[in-house]
Design a protein around this ligand. Sequence first.
Ligand code: ATP
Length: 251
Amino acid sequence: MEAVITAQDVHLFYGTKEALKGITMQIKQHEITAMIGPSGCGKSTFLRCLNRMNDLISTVKITGQIKLEGQDIYAPNTDTVQLRKRVGMVFQQPNPFPFSIYDNVVYGLRLAGVRDRQRLDEAVETSLKAAAIWDDVKDKLNQSALALSGGQQQRVCIARVLAVQPEVVLLDEPTSALDPISATQVEKMLLELRKNYTMVIVTHSMHQASRISDQTAFFYQGELIEMDQTKNIFLNPTQQKTEDYISGRFG
Ligand SMILES: Nc1ncnc2c1ncn2[C@@H]1O[C@H](COP(=O)(O)OP(=O)(O)OP(=O)(O)O)[C@@H](O)[C@H]1O
């Protein structure tokens, strides 16, 4: 399977604190890559490197290289708005805008200048279907997204990301603020989306990683200790630290 993202020796400093200590990894197309590890090990920091969200923090310094489809995303001429469309992000807390469901989903398209009503309508239907929320909301597209349940809001937020047709979707603990039933629905949806998208998910739940991911990367204290097919990480890890973590000896 082809790599969509390649990271080479990525170091990240928050001021003088080194939060990532030379991460090298490949993210393969149409797979779900899970990042696991104890709190503070750098999972979210690394995830945010993949669409340059850390640029928004003034003390951050990054070295190394990250390529998307062969292009260096930290090259000086990179258009970060365009990059964040190609590499979309879903956060832990559902964060719909205080608009209607429809206006939430077409937000990125309108920002990109799309005005054609039919095209917007089609994008709303396609994205909400892909996010497995169309049936719940098709009769109330003009109602506020804030009136939905947390799980529904999260799926609308995922539809909002999908509407701009990203190549990669980054998900930072997307189900940890949801009830178990909503979390299961979101997991099912992610498995469906894998046919068309490449996804990278940070999760605190080893069960979630083992249920939905193809590859698992184990981070510890800013280092990538081991990355492999998920079943190998959970059944036959090669590193002692990985084994200790997955068997609950720390973290
Ligand atoms: N904005 C920031 N400024 C300074 N230090 C930060 C910042 N964000 C994260 N850190 C530090 O960088 C390290 C890695 O944090 P990060 O949030 O990436 O870890 P994580 O593995 O995602 O943790 P968690 O599972 O708790 O979300 C931690 O020591 C954290 O305190």
